[in-house]
Each structure stands twice: as structure tokens, then as C-alpha cells.
Design a protein around this ligand. Sequence first.
Ligand code: MTE
Ligand code: MO
Length: 383
Amino acid sequence: DPYSSDPERHPVLRINNLKPFNAEPPPEILSDSFITPSAIFFKRNHLPVPRVDPASYQLHVEGLPGVLTLSLEDLKTRFPKHTVTATLQCAGNRRSEMNQVKQVKGLNWGIAAISNATWSGARLRDVLLAAGYGPDVAQRAFHVQFEGLDKDVTGTTYGASIPLNKAVSEEGDVLLAYEMNGEDLPADHGYPVRVVVPGTVGARNVKWLGKIIVSAEESSSHWQQNDYKGFSPGTDWDTVDFKSAPAIQELPIQSAITTPADGAVVNRSLEEVTVKGYAWSGGGREVVRVDVSMDGGKTWQVAQLRSSDKGQAPEPSPPPGRAWAWKLWELTAPLPPEAQELEIVCKAVDNSYNMQPDTVPPIWNLRGVLSNAWHRVKVNIRE
Ligand code: MTE
Ligand code: MO
């Protein structure tokens, strides 16, 4: 069993698939902390977790004037340590809502294939500069490819790429991370080194990083070429041409209600209900507002946003274009006197005034990615 050396996992996780391991935390626990504890951070593995010996670990850097091979020790000592708080979201987060409209292919994620952590490591920019990146390279290369050390039975490794501009930009904050939430990366999250590409879809944040290649082309991997792309609701598996769509990089504006859960019952005697959730946008765009409706979208109130854990000082506002972390939000509203049922809805707005679409059908796509419609939960009021 290639999965026999997979690590142990927290029992609270909701398992979508055991081998490879894919799981998300219960939503109401997710929104308890601004920084998601690593044990409950969602886990998305395509392959068995490779067991990497930190003493013999090597990171190969190719495609630059200098070919570089770095040990874990080199990565930690030759480059300044940089820390970033960044949210990761799987392209398939909230896929189950697309499945309810029409069957899609992929893991049936709920609303918690998203989490937020503090990551520390070397800047990818610094490593590329050390390997001789310069203006001449920028003339011929446009992408940075990453290869994982996880392999399928044929020896094919997980791989992805990002635009070179993002990788070398001082404002891009792309990390070769060796710490998550102040500790060594857990096995599930890429020990000993993973790429963290803030603002970019989870799939490009390659774990168990073995190789970096600066190149003219994107990664040729299945996951870059024939997966993680968006299509028209009218495109089906007979007509889809994966070459016709760009690989997903930055993700669109997103928000969801973590509590109450759909189908929850609240007592009339409580007189009010507290709604909580998360909101995040890709590309470093900051969430500036979350609107919440108790009546299916007829009337709206503005939720309170939070950027820290309770009792902690709020994180300083990020510089424009570098809002990598999500915001948690909360709203307490009186129960409407007549209503038997509430349809609670949330929608977020980022600083480019991007907003979420109101329903799923116009954004449905055969892979069930980019699912970011207004999130709706129904709650029954008990007299
Ligand atoms: N990297 C490797 N090497 N193998 C993988 O299967 N999965 C990707 C990405 N990096 C993956 C990977 C996907 S699709 C996502 S959403 C994120 O890792 C999930 O990161 P997490 O498990 O730390 O939450
Ligand atoms: Mo993903």
C-alpha cells in the first residue's frame, strides 16, 4: 500500500477521500480561529505523502545561468527568513454546490477547502537571484515550474507553474516555506519545503518541493494543462478543449457562512442570531465589505470584519495589493418576528469592487472549480 506511511490526522477532519488523503475541517471550527491550527488546516493530496529525510533533502534550481542545489540547511541559512500570513484555497472549494445544479467531476468539497496560516521560509525571489536571475533571463523565460517529490505508480510527480513575474516580484511574497504556524511544516503540508504563492490557487502551492525550473513554457503537468481551468456552463466532456482556457492562478472573490449550518434550528426565545463566516479574494485584493441578508437577499446588513484571533492585536493593514490573508466576519441580527424560516445569504466585495455572482448555474463548469456564488443557508425558527 503506497499510502501506508501517510501521517496520522486529526479525527475532527471530514474526509472526502482517504487514499489519497483529502479532508476539510467542520466549518464552525474553521471560523473559530483567524490562524487555522495546522492539524485542522484542509488537506488536499493527489498522491501518497512522500517521507523526506531532512538531512539528505536537496532542492534543485534549473533554467538559470547558475545551476543551484540547496540543502534544507542552505535554504535556512543562506537566505533571509521571511514570514507571510496567507490563505490557501483549493480551486474545488464549494464544489458540492455545483454538484447540486448538475453533476461535476471532482472531490465533493464543502465550504472548508480553505484555511489561513502563517508561513516562513526563504523568498523564491532571493533564491532565483542567487542562481543568476537577471534581465537577460526575463527576455526568454516567463514561468517558474515546481515539481513535488510525491509520485504516482508510474513515477510521475505532482507539478505546477506560476508566472515568472509573480515569482521574482518584491511584492509577490512567494516563499519556499519550511515553517507553518511557527513549526516545521507537517508531513501533509509539504515537509520539509513547500512553495507558498500568496493570492494564487492552492494547486500552484507545490508541497514536498524537489525542483524549480525557470522556463519559457508552463509546467507540462496534467494539473497545469488538463485540469484546474474554468469553462462555460455549456461546455461538456465531449466538447471541452483544455488548451482553450488559461490555467487558474489568482482566484476570484469568495465568502461563505460557517455558522449557523444549513438546516440548523434556532429558538425564537433567543430573539437574535449570530452569523459567522470567512471572506477572501485572490491576487492580494483586500476584502473591504461583507453583506449579509436574513431574507434571501431582499434586505442587507454589513458584517463586522476581523483580521486577528480574539484577544490578539489586529494584524497591521497589508500594503495595497498584498492582502493575502482572509477576513473572518460576524453579524448579530434580531429574528424577524413573523418568519418561520430564515434564508441567510452572504456576499463579499474586494477593493477592486469584484463581487460574487448570485447563483451557481451561470458559473457552473464541468470540473466544478471557481464555485463562488452567494452562499445561502436555511435556518428554521422553533417557537
Ligand atoms: N503539491 C504536491 N506536491 N502534491 C499535491 O497533491 N496538491 C495541491 C497543492 N500542492 C498538491 C500540492 C492542491 S490541489 C492544493 S489545494 C494544495 O496543495 C493544498 O495544500 P494543503 O494540503 O497544504 O492544504
Ligand atoms: Mo486544490
